[in-house]
Every structure is written in C-alpha cells, then in structure tokens.
Ligand binder design. Structure first.
Ligand SMILES: Nc1ncnc2c1ncn2[C@@H]1O[C@H](COP(=O)(O)OP(=O)(O)OP(=O)(O)O)[C@@H](O)[C@H]1O
Length: 536
C-alpha cells in the first residue's frame, strides 16, 4: 500500500462524517484505516446492544471488502472473568491500543481468528494493530484491527504510525457513535410508530365496543331507547347517510352529534345547519359557499359549510324545510360528492358525512311536491326514529335527575331533591315538547327553588298543574265521592282529609313545608292531622 496524500486525508474525513449507514461506515473505517496505516487488511467489531460481546461488522483485504463469515462473536466475559485472552476483547475492555509484531510467535493472546483468516485468505499475518473505538465518555463502541502479511522481507511494525492511528481511531469512533445513535433513533421511531398504530387500532376497536347509553352520554335505558342505540351502533363505523326522525325535542341533534363523536371522523368538524332558520339564498351561500363578486356583497371567496365539514360531518336539521332548488344541489353532493359554490363554474369534490333530521312528515311533503322523492331515498338510506318522551316515560326520573344535577352545578346550587308529587306530575304529563320541554321545566323549577332543597308542585308551570291538577292533587275517589249521598259537612271533611294526606305525602310528610304550601298556620295543620288521624 502506498502512503496517503493530503487530499485522501481530507476525503477520509468527509467520508467518515457523511456516512450514516453503520455497515457501510464500518467498511469505510477499515478501508481508510488500512490506507492510512499502510495495512494489507483489517476488520472491525462493534459491541452488541447488551454490551456483552463484540460482533464482526466489516473486513477488508487488499483494498476490497471480504466475507467475514469465518469470524464469530467474541464474548467479553468467559467463565465469569473478563476475556483478556482474546485480543479484541482485551482491547475493548482495557481501551489500550495494542501491537503484535510477530503473530506466529507467542504474543500472550489467543489469535485463533487471525490464523483462521490466514487460511481463508491464503496468507500469513505478520504484524497486527488493534485499536479501541470509544465514545467521548470512554465507553467502548467497538475495535478496529489492521494487519500486514509476510511478504519476503521484514515488514514494518505499526508502531511507526502510532499517532496517526490513534487520531484516526478517535475520528472513526465519533463517526461510529453518531451512526449508532441515528440507527437507535430510527429504530425507536419505528417502534413508536408501530405502537402508535397499535394504539390507534385498539382505540378504534374500543370506540366500536362502547355501546351502552352511558357511554353515549345520552339519558334513557327504556326499551324504545335500547332499540335506537342498537340502530345507532350499526352506523358508527360507516359513512352511511343517516336520517333522524322524531318530534321536536326528542334529541335528534344529540344523536347526530353522538354518531359523529363515535365515528372515525371524530377528529374533524361536526358542523350544523338548520335549514328552516334562514332564507333560501342565505342557506345556499352558507352551505355551498360563493366566489368573490358572484353577488352584491360577495367581496371575497367564502367556503361553504360543506367544505368546512370536509372529512367530518354536516348535520342538516329540519331538512324538510330545505327549498327545492337547494334539494337538487344537495342531491348532487350525496350522489357525486361534488360541491359547486355560487358563481363558480367548476364543482369540486368533498368528503362529508351527512346526517339529516326532520320532525315533519316527508312523505306528505313529497305528495305535495315540496320534497324531492330522489333526495328522500338518498337521505333515508338509514332512518332512525327517536321515540317521543310519552312513549318512554320510564326514562323521566333519570332525565329529571340528570337535568337537576346539571342546573344545580351551573347555578351553583346545593343538591335539590324531587318530591314524589312532582315526579308524579311529570310522569302523568304528555310532554308535547319532549325532552327539551322537560329540560326547560326543570331549569325553571331549579331557579324558582330559591333556598329550598326539594322541588315541589308549586315549582311546576301552571299549565302542567292545570292539566294534571285534578289527578295529581285530588285523588280520583274525591271526584266521584258525592254518589254516596253523604251530608255536605262530612263530604267536605272527607275531602279535606284526603287533600291534607295528599299534600303531606307530596312534601315528604314535612308539616312545616305542607303548611306553607297550603298557606295555613302549622298549628292548624297539626290539629287537623290529629283530628283526622292522618299518618304516613
Ligand atoms: N336522551 C337525552 N338525554 C339527555 N338530554 C337529551 C336527550 N334528548 C334530548 N336531550 C336534550 O334535549 C334538548 C333538545 O334536544 P335536541 O335539540 O337534540 O332535539 P331535536 O330533536 O333536535 O329538536 P328539534 O327537532 O326541535 O331541533 C337538548 O338540550 C338536549 O341536550
């Protein structure tokens, strides 16, 4: 090998600094080491991840890479002791640059790998130099070995290039350290990536498994609601268009939002538009957007809600009130996924899930020519009908408690109980305004409650009391009682007794409270209780 030039020295430096792949870098190090120190060949071992053995990484013979399969891993320990018999493990362990000037005379080390290599390469190693490759914390990363073979005349020892070799080993170690750290980072990124993907898949699975009403944060365990949950479960993992039907206040928007939150689109927007609340032209520009200058006042381009909801969900409430012209445009969105803003010549694609809702009879509207039949079929791919509250009265207590808790929190009130009489009144009422009406009734009652901690009939709206009045405050038998033909005085006393019993029950047998409701002195109430022998 000839001596290395300055240009080659610079190239060496660049080569080490730029190579990121550990295997290629290992080859470069051996190759450059051979050139610098005028060696016939060499090899490089790196410390494995457990730091217990050296692994053969690269070998060079006369300027070209050679197979390294004759070499085995070198354990750093043998029989519980540091393996100082082997020259590579000795250098790795001590960090000492080590020379052997005559490989075939006793050198104090086992040189089995060297003799094996000589057989493979058909040569005879004369001198050896083994250098530690250590990082800035003096931790061993590997060892670099260079050798010269016998060539008829006395071969020079590596001792003459000691300083160059040392400097090169330092530079090679820095490059190796960087490449190893990068490989470790790449590996960690891959591991993190894989575990992220696994977590995402598990989350998706868990989302799909969340079936009970509790998980949907929707109140209602009645049979009609169970049927709705079962239907809803079926549409969570698909993009199917859903049509929510049901009277006003039955929770159509709540369900639409829940479907979105439990779908794959939940990291994108849930956008709502009430089709009845705005005039036709405004609705069109809201939904489809417009181009600058397309009408007076359109001073810049504006995205429509269909674009806002791209990859998310658009909830179209009161779809039955959408003007016919817009129904045609919406049909195009549903059929082709295409949106054409006002004043734009070209349509563009959007990926929006549509959930529509209506409380009106769309079939009637079709007959009257107010709703497009084709749109109706497109929308009602998956209809879900929400039951009115009167058909699931068993859900009323849970809803009442849910709303009381919520309003107590928002109005910073202490816990409020519901008197049995109030619950009775609510259970008998038909709620034409459904859950929304119940919610409003409870909000009003909580506000009326002042410092009281029990919701009483007087906190209920008059209209409900009037509708319920006779049945809730006056037991049925009182109404029919006169048939018995008793004297008026007795009938009035009987009536009074029943009335007092009813109010006492409604007020949890709290005499002070009952007297207050009946606007009578407590003492008079107590006297009457004793006279009529009333007890709970
Ligand atoms: N099952 C339920 N659990 C808890 N709250 C509910 C439930 N159903 C409805 N609500 C509440 O009732 C109110 C009305 O619900 P929502 O607006 O979803 O009804 P809607 O059917 O969309 O009404 P509309 O047809 O008038 O638009 C909301 O405040 C909602 O939070």
């Amino acid at each position: 090998m000839s001596a290395i030039s300055v240009e080659e020295l610079l190239a060496t430096s660049v080569a080490l600094a730029t190579e990121r792949d550990i295997d290629r870098l290992a080859q470069q190090i051996v190759l450059l080491g051979c050139k610098l120190c005028m060696a016939d060949g060499g090899s490089l071992y790196t410390l494995d991840i457990t730091k217990s053995r050296l692994e053969p990484k690269a070998a060079i013979w006369r300027g070209t890479p050679t197979a390294f399969d004759y070499a085995a891993d070198v354990p750093l320990r043998a029989h519980g002791q540091f393996n100082t018999q082997n020259i590579y493990s000795y250098v790795a362990f001590t960090g000492l640059q080590t020379y052997i000037d005559s490989a075939y005379q006793f050198a104090g080390f086992e040189l089995t790998e060297i003799y094996l290599r000589d057989q493979v390469l058909k040569c005879k190693t004369e001198t050896l130099l083994v250098m530690p490759l250590r990082d800035c914390n003096q931790q061993t990363l590997g060892v670099l070995e260079l050798f010269k073979v016998q060539n008829g005349h006395i071969s020079a020892s590596f001792r003459s290039v000691e300083k160059i070799a040392q400097a090169f080993a330092l530079q090679a170690a820095v490059a190796l350290d960087n490449a190893m750290l990068m490989a470790m980072n790449r590996h960690l990124i891959q591991v993190l990536d894989a575990s992220n993907r696994q977590l995402e898949a598990e989350n998706k699975q868990l989302r799909l498994q969340r079936k009970s009403s509790q998980n949907y944060e929707i109140i209602g365990e009645s049979e009609p609601m169970q049927q709705v949950y079962a239907l809803m479960d079926k549409v969570l993992s698909s993009n199917v268009t859903v049509l929510l039907r049901g009277e006003t206040g039955t929770g159509k928007e709540v369900f639409a939002r829940t479907i979105h939150q439990h779908s794959d689109r939940n990291d994108k927007l849930f956008v709502t538009q009430n089709c009845a609340a705005v005039p036709e032209q405004l609705l069109e520009s809201e939904l489809f957007g417009y181009k600058k200058g397309s009408f007076t006042g359109a001073s810049s381009d504006r995205k429509g809600l269909l674009d806002e909801a791209h990859r998310g969900t658009l909830f179209l409430d009161e779809i039955g009130d959408m003007p016919l012209n817009l129904q045609t445009k919406l049909l195009r969105v549903l059929q082709d996924g295409e949106v054409k803003p006002i004043g734009e010549n070209k349509a563009h694609k959007v990926d929006v899930r549509i959930i529509a809702a209506t409380h009106c009879n769309l079939e009637d509207k079709i007959t009257k020519g107010e709703f497009r039949e084709d749109l109706y079929y497109r929308l009602s791919v998956f209809p879900i009908v929400l039951p009115p509250l009167r058909e699931r009265k068993e859900d009323i207590p849970a809803l009442v408690n849910h709303f009381i808790k919520g309003y107590c929190q928002s109005y910073d009130r202490k816990e409020i109980q519901v008197s049995p009489a109030v619950m009775d009144i609510l259970m008998r009422y038909n709620f034409p305004g459904n859950v929304r009406q119940l919610q409003n009734i409870i909000e009003r009652a909580v506000l009326l409650c002042d410092r009281e901690t029990v919701l009483l009939p007087q906190h209920m709206p008059e209209q409900i009391l009037l509708e319920n009045g006779a049945s809730s405050e006056m037991p049925d038998e009182l109404v029919v009682y006169p048939q018995n033909g008793l004297p008026l005085k007795e009938m009035v006393q009987h009536y009074e007794k029943k009335l007092l019993e009813s109010h006492l029950r409604a007020n949890n047998w709290n005499q002070t409270q009952t007297a207050k409701v009946l606007k009578m002195p407590r003492r008079t109430l107590v006297e009457k209780i004793q006279r009529y022998g009333i007890h709970n």
